[in-house]
Each structure stands twice: as C-alpha cells, then as structure tokens.
Design a protein around this ligand. Sequence first.
Ligand code: HEC
Ligand code: HEC
Ligand code: HEC
Ligand code: HEC
Length: 443
Amino acid sequence: MQKYSTILLVGVVVILAATLAGVLVFMKNNPAQERALLPLVEIAPMEPDSAKWGVNFPSQWNSLQKTETNNIDTAYAGSSAFSWLERDPRQVILFAGYPFSKDYNDDRGHMNALEDVRATKRLNLNDEDPKRTPATCYSCKSSNNPGLWEEMGMAEYDAMSFNEMTPNINNAIGCSNCHEAGTMRLIVTNPALNEALEAQGKDWTTFTRQEMRTVVCANCHVEYYFDGPGKYLTFPWTNGTRVDQIISYYEEEGFSDWTYPEAGTPMLKAQHPEYEFFTAGSTHYNAGVSCADCHMPYVRDGAAKYSSHDVHSPLINPEQACGQCHTDVNYVVGRVATIQEQVAVTKIAAEDALIDAINAIQLAAANPNADAALLDQARALHRKAQFMWDFLSAENSTGFHNPEYALKICAEATNLARQAQMLAAQSVNDPSLLTTGTYYTTP
Ligand code: HEC
Ligand code: HEC
Ligand code: HEC
Ligand code: HEC
C-alpha cells in the first residue's frame, strides 16, 4: 500500500513538474500579447475604427499610431513626403502628359494614407470629366474598405467617383486591412488580391503563417490597374508576377494608361510592385524571410513582446530589423548602401536612354515621310523599356528587395530604349536622331 502511495506521489510530482516546465516553455515562446487573447471588448467583424481594436491590443495600436508622425529620411527613402520630381527632374519628362509629372512624392507611414491621397495634385475631382478620379484610388488607403466591399461589392465601389466615396471613408489604414476580428489571424482583405491569386490557381487560406506575413502586404504593395469603364481594381498577374509576364498581360489586354505627347507611344505606369519584386527569386524570399520580418520586427515593451506596427524603413532600426538574423548588422547595412548606390546610378542610365528615345520618336513622328512600321516598332520598345524602368523605380527599396533582378531590369530597359532610339532614327533615315544626352548629361 505504502509502495503504491509513493509511486502515486512521485507520479503526481513528475506530472506537476512537467506541466510547469511546459507552461514556462510556452510563455517563453509566446509573446505576452498573443497569450492575452481573451478579448476585453468584442470587436465587430471588419471594424474600421482601429482605436476599438486598440483596447484589446494597446502595444500594436500605439506602435501603429507612430506611423503618423515618423519623418526620418534615409539616403533613398524614409518617411517624409519629399518630391521625386524635384530630386530627379528626368521623371518630369518621363511622365509628361500624365498626372505623375505634376506631383509624385515619396511614401509616408500607414496612418497618413488618407491625408496624402486627398492632398495629391493628381486627383481630378470634376465628376463631369470622363477622366475623373475613381473611388478605386481609395482601395489601399483606408480600414473602411473591407466593410464597404462586403456591403456594396467591389464593382459598385469602383464605379463610384472619388468624390462620391469620400463621405464613406474616415479612417486611414488600420487593423481591419490585415486582420480578421476575433481570431486576429492575417487575412487577404482586398478582393482584387483574392481574385489575382485565384487566377493563378492559388488559395491563400492554405498558406503558411510565414507566407501570410508577406501576402498580407500584397493587399496593397503591388502593381495594379483599373480595368474597363467601371475602373475595376485588377492585378495583372494572370500570366505570373515577373515583369515580363506582367508586360505580356498588358499586351494581351491592349491596355495603356496614357499616350506620350508628340511621340504617340501608348504608355504604362507602374505602381509600387514591392511584392512582385521581392518574390521574384530574391535571396531573402528564397530563404523564407517575410516582409514582416524586416518591417515589423518583434520588440519589447516591459514584459510585453509584440510585432512593431510602426512600419517604416528598416534602416532606421537595423538592430531590430536585421539583427534578429544577422550578427554583423553594420556589414549588412553597408551592403544596403552599396546595392542602392549601384542601382540608383544604373537607373539614371536607363532614364537617359529613355529620354533620348522619346526625343528621337517625337522628331520622327513629326516627319510625314517616316516609315510607319519602323516608328511603331520604336514605340513598342519605348513602352516596354519605360515600364521596366518604372517597375524598378516605383518599387520603393532602390533595388534592395532583389538586387540582381533590379540590375537585370535596368540593363534590359536601357538596351530596349537604345533600340527604340535607333529604330526611330532609321524610320526617317536620319542619323542626327542618334544624338545622346539630348536633355541631360550624366554628371
Ligand atoms: C530583408 C529585409 C526586407 C524584406 C524582407 C523586405 N524589405 Fe522592404 N525594405 C528593406 C530595406 C532595407 C529597404 C530600404 C529602405 C531605405 O532605403 O531606407 C526597404 C524599403 C521598403 C519600402 C520603402 C520604405 C520607405 O522608407 O519609403 C517599402 C514600401 C517596403 N520596403 C515594403 C516591403 C514589402 C511590401 C515587402 C515584402 C513584399 C518587403 N518590403 C520586404 C528591407 C526589407
Ligand atoms: C499592415 C498590416 C497590419 C495592420 C494594419 C495591423 N497588423 Fe497586426 N499584425 C500584422 C502582422 C504581419 C503581424 C504578425 C503576425 C504573425 O506573425 O502571425 C501582426 C500581429 C498582430 C498581433 C499578434 C501579436 C504580435 O504582436 O505579433 C496582434 C494582436 C495584432 N497584430 C493586432 C493588431 C491591431 C490591434 C491592429 C490595429 C491597431 C493591427 N494589428 C494592425 C499586420 C498588421
Ligand atoms: C491597406 C493597404 C496597405 C497594406 C495592407 C500595407 N501597406 Fe504599406 N503602405 C500603404 C500605403 C498607401 C502607403 C503610403 C502611405 C502614404 O504615403 O501616406 C504605405 C507605406 C508603407 C511604407 C513606407 C513607410 C514610410 O514611413 O515611408 C512601408 C515601409 C510599408 N508601407 C510597408 C508595408 C508592409 C511591410 C506591409 C505588410 C506587413 C504593408 N506595408 C501593408 C498601404 C498598405
Ligand atoms: C528572418 C531572417 C532575416 C532577416 C530579418 C534579415 N535577413 Fe538578410 N539574410 C537572411 C538569410 C537567410 C540570408 C541568406 C544567407 C545565406 O544564404 O547565406 C540573408 C542574406 C543577406 C544578404 C546577402 C544577400 C545575398 O544576395 O547574398 C544581405 C546583404 C542581407 N541579408 C541584408 C539584410 C538586411 C540589411 C536586413 C535588415 C533590413 C536583413 N538582411 C534582414 C536572413 C535575414
């Protein structure tokens, strides 16, 4: 009998010890915020007001709010809204005839999205004008969207004008853009992303947590266009997400954003394809690193450990952003500087080639004796070259997200632009159109 009691006692002690050890391991591996999942307040599905979610998750909410006041700049990016047109006046020429030649500022933190979209001079608020700005421009700016899309459907949302939609939108980017209320899991909230993934035969609900830490950013940080008169938000991914696959999609659709003045080239404007650029076989993507790893590292606030929702350039906090994986943070930050300098210089070379091509095509187009077929070939190359350059340029990391890809795209864009220039010269049989450095000479 006594023997059995002893065994029982030892058994109970072992179980207690194991449970305690288990709890300790669990606590060590799970940040305090994730453990405290018992909701203090019930969050309505797709609740647009982030402050309400913030009652339950104060660290995430406090850090998200910091994105509103961030203003530190880095060599090529950062959080102030500096003008790209002033910094690189070649872009005024490259976007001539299109609103981006009037106003093109660097991105700021998430909580400024609404203020910035309403302030841009690119808006056309004249609802009588067929070129009026559609409501679609709000798609990536507000936590009101998931609820509105659910309520009215995206087609109806996109068919409205920007003006008409304005009264429905009163929150900048927030929790409901990335999380499902209740479970707090990361979700695809933008119907256009869901449709684009489906078109590729992908089902995001089967993605791993690490994949979602990248895909959630693709709700917004992607290339897109407005399809048809209903301005339906569409990601051009049916053929794939590499730049050549996106170009082939636009060729098939016969889509263009505007016609280049006096050259007659049907142009494409790239948006901000960080997702496509990063996932095109970059070292980090292939190694399983996610956007959130660098832009939303775990941070501590007393006992609480949480993902910083103060999303900005990782060069501002490299110890947190890179130091979790790289022991020599100074070395990798130095690599960023080298890569960005190389990409920036190569990018300007592509811009010079494009400007020479534009000038040659304009001169050839003004010549009534030009060979129309050759001139059209020159335009087709101009269209392709400029989209490639823009795909790299509008991607906001100055090449860091995928350095080899950046340099390859730049080289191809430069080559195609020079070919366009040569064809334009050939179309009028005039070697003077081969002049280089027409508008700018590289310093
Ligand atoms: C390995 C780390 C890393 C990963 C992963 C990463 N980024 Fe970045 N990102 C950077 C660095 C470094 C920069 C350059 C910042 C600078 O120039 O100040 C940057 C720049 C940016 C910028 C511009 C920042 C600014 O200040 O204007 C955006 C937007 C961005 N990344 C979004 C993304 C998205 C979306 C993903 C995933 C598809 C991603 N990043 C993946 C490191 C990373
Ligand atoms: C731009 C997208 C985005 C927005 C906006 C956003 N989150 Fe997150 N959130 C994330 C990502 C990415 C993670 C990391 C999730 C993971 O690792 O599974 C995360 C993690 C979390 C977690 C899990 C614990 C942690 O810190 O890792 C909580 C809780 C959370 N967010 C709350 C919020 C709240 C509350 C808001 C609004 C105030 C919000 N989030 C806004 C992307 C977002
Ligand atoms: C709902 C749309 C949306 C989602 C989702 C989103 N972003 Fe953004 N992001 C934006 C917009 C819009 C801006 C520019 C805001 C402005 O300029 O006012 C921006 C700006 C940024 C910046 C520049 C911040 C600065 O201070 O310059 C970074 C970096 C960034 N996002 C990274 C990410 C990462 C990483 C994710 C995924 C975890 C993500 N974003 C998810 C829409 C989004
Ligand atoms: C989640 C882990 C993780 C984070 C965070 C991370 N890296 Fe990396 N990084 C890697 C891995 C893994 C590799 C590939 C190493 C290898 O294969 O030898 C890598 C490679 C690199 C390389 C070499 C690239 C190449 O093509 O060989 C550079 C440079 C680099 N990282 C810079 C950075 C910078 C800067 C940051 C912060 C902004 C950062 N990394 C954040 C995991 C990470």
